[in-house]
Design a protein around this ligand. Sequence first.
Ligand code: SF4
Length: 475
Amino acid sequence: MALTGLQIQKLLPQTNCKECGSNTCLAFAMKLAAKKAELAECPYVSEEARRVLGEASEPPIRTVALGPDRRLLIGGETVLYRHEKTFFHPTLLAVNVDDADAPEALGATLARIRDYTFTRVGETFGVDLVSVTQRAPEADRFLDLAERAWRETGRPLVLRSPDPAALAAAASRVRGSRSVLCCPGPEAAAPLLAAAASRVRGSRSVLCCPGPEAAAPLLAAAREHDHALALAAPDMDALLALAQTLRDGGFLDLLLTLPAADPSARIQLNTIVRRAALKEAFRPAGHPLLCALPHGDPLETTAAAATEILKYGGICVLPEFDPAQLATLFTLRQNIYTDPQKPIQVEPKLYPLGDPTPDAPVFVTTNFSLTYFVVSGEIENSGISAWLAVPECEGMSVLTAWAAGKFNAATIARFFAENRIEDEVRSRTLVIPGYVAQISGELEDALPGWKILVGPQEAADIEGFVRSVLARTTT
Ligand code: SF4
């Protein structure tokens, strides 16, 4: 049962030393009760209090840190729906390579995984992990590929092999990579993962456990070598019972691989597990999820991966490198994993696009990040250099800011005066968004000497506007 702030406070040192960042132990206790702080932030908690408070202060879904620098975080979520607060830790995307492919093709694929970046709205994304799967009969190729993938991409690996000895050897070869070991079958799980855990000691990897029978030796290996465990079982009851058993033993860094046969079942189970963790405080369900997608139709794979991003996936393994698929998934992920209560904004100022001279035209838009990056991108795509004036609009889009009185003739004129734009720019051509064409007259009055051009409503039409209207007007 959850403890109240007052109950928690009685278990704290009550010295009000402030080292936790709160002014008093009571304030810290209130944060703990609201799941807005972690017990570890107080350095003076007694062992007894730690034992009692451990579970009470635990977030409803455990945060698990992976990778050599422990920067890859999964779990730690507190809401069922994003609009209730926000989602914190994006679904990690892993791309799979097979050792049965030709070495030259593999080299090219690894290079593409390493070099792939996708930039959108000021954020740059790359592949989070590389999955290496043994399909060739000889283990040597798998081992070489595992080592090569780690060396050439610098990404932690998800190692998948039907051969326990090969998997254990691969774990040794990529020691220090803090990778994920996935075992294909229950019969080989315990010796394989125990061996692998030993060889990547200190790497804090995820050991994929196929069933209850392998839990005991894997738990020991995970404890000894500071790894996380990904549990699997034939059905949900067995899986959650296994998770509870390990939790009762004090081991909490668990991931769950749900027994879903298809995307429909997966989304249902993912939702049931998240709901059980958050709404019922059912602790065995409060762990991040791991899902490896099989080869198949690319559109269906993309849809399945999108489902993982939308509905609570922790790690999603994609069967192959597909930049179009990755761009789609990163776009979706970025949208899902932004705080809906905080508009993402860019700094209000005058931005040079390309290499503008003082005679270059000036565009104006709001400081909502999506608007800024779309508009600036389209201006750059048009091939001209220009200035982009971005007044403070509290991160609102053009129409919303206009309706709220944040983006009108007076606010734009004030921005021009405060930023001395007429000192920096000689041209007197200002392009306003087509959606606020109605302010053009007032703006001409507010900015004497400026020619106000009404641009297109949609950023996608800027290039055509530059070629036709702007070129004609400014020549
Ligand atoms: S660090 Fe611990 S003892 Fe100090 S104020 Fe915070 S809760 Fe109290």
